[in-house]
Design a protein around this ligand. Structure first.
Ligand SMILES: *C/C=C(C)/C=C/C=C(C)/C=C/C1=C(C)CCCC1(C)C
Length: 239
């Protein structure tokens, strides 16, 4: 079963394969670099590695599942996100800790991310007919996260945590605003009938393939890129 060959025009399977390798390589890198990191930033770099490692394990599974069945591994996609997105919230908490971020801020970010992902899963799997409504609720939770990071508590704390933390937080804020916005696009692509009358791909199988490719690209950018910003911060910050 593990000897299935990826057809040269099967971009879905191909991006699952590349995604697996990229997440594995990034994890090895972050884990090995933990020991060369100043003690203050070790946990942050370790969490970067955990994010890509959890994704690597899921991608390995999703790659095999997709190759064997040709289907979209939606369930494990969401299991992956439910583990990794809260860990990204932990990163925002950790890097603003020096400026006094409270555990309550971490819970706000985690709660919003869980609402965003659980309602997204309901709309994508459990209540397909209500996908527009669930997508909107999920979107509200997403914008709340964007608000906290761009204008709310995270932004304010980052400003008083020194130049390097402020700079890194600004880049991570762009990841959340632009990189994370790719996911709702994937959701719209895979939603029958589309959202807001926006039906981009009409054939359901093609739509779910397009959705997988979009999610796979977004994950690579958001998980590995995000981790590299934290890594760079750990090297640039001399306090
Ligand atoms: C590593 C995985 C990440 C960063 C996943 C992020 C996922 C999202 C930001 C998903 C957002 C969604 C909406 C804002 C509306 C439609 C449903 C979702 C769940 C795709």
């Amino acid at each position: 079963m593990e000897h299935l060959k990826i057809a040269s025009d099967n971009y879905v399977a191909f991006t699952f394969f590349i995604g697996t390798m990229a997440m594995m390589a990034a994890s090895v890198f972050f884990f090995f670099e933990v020991n060369n990191t100043s003690p203050k930033w070790r946990t942050s770099v370790l969490v970067s590695g955990l994010i890509t490692f959890i994704a690597a394990v899921h991608y390995y599974y999703m790659r095999g599942y997709n190759l064997e069945t040709g289907d979209s591994p939606t369930f494990f996609r969401y299991v992956d996100w439910i583990l990794t997105v809260p860990l990204m919230c932990v990163e925002f908490y950790l890097i603003t800790k020096k400026a006094g971020s409270k555990i309550s801020l971490l819970w706000k970010l985690i709660a919003a991310s869980l609402v965003m992902l659980i309602t997204g899963y309901i709309g994508e799997v459990l209540d397909r007919d209500g996908s527009v409504l669930w997508g909107i609720i999920s979107g509200i939770a997403y914008f709340y996260i964007v608000y906290l990071i761009w204008f709310g508590e995270v932004a304010k704390l980052a400003q008083s945590a020194g130049v390097q933390v402020a700079k890194a937080t600004r880049i991570l804020a762009w990841f959340v605003l632009v990189g994370w916005a790719i996911y709702p696009l994937g959701y719209i692509l895979g939603t029958p009938g589309g959202l807001f009358g926006l039906q981009l791909v009409s054939d359901p199988a093609a739509a779910s393939h397009a959705m997988d490719i979009v999610y796979n690209i977004a994950d690579a950018i958001n998980k590995i890129g995000f981790g590299l910003v934290i890594y760079t911060l750990s090297r640039n910050s001399n306090d």
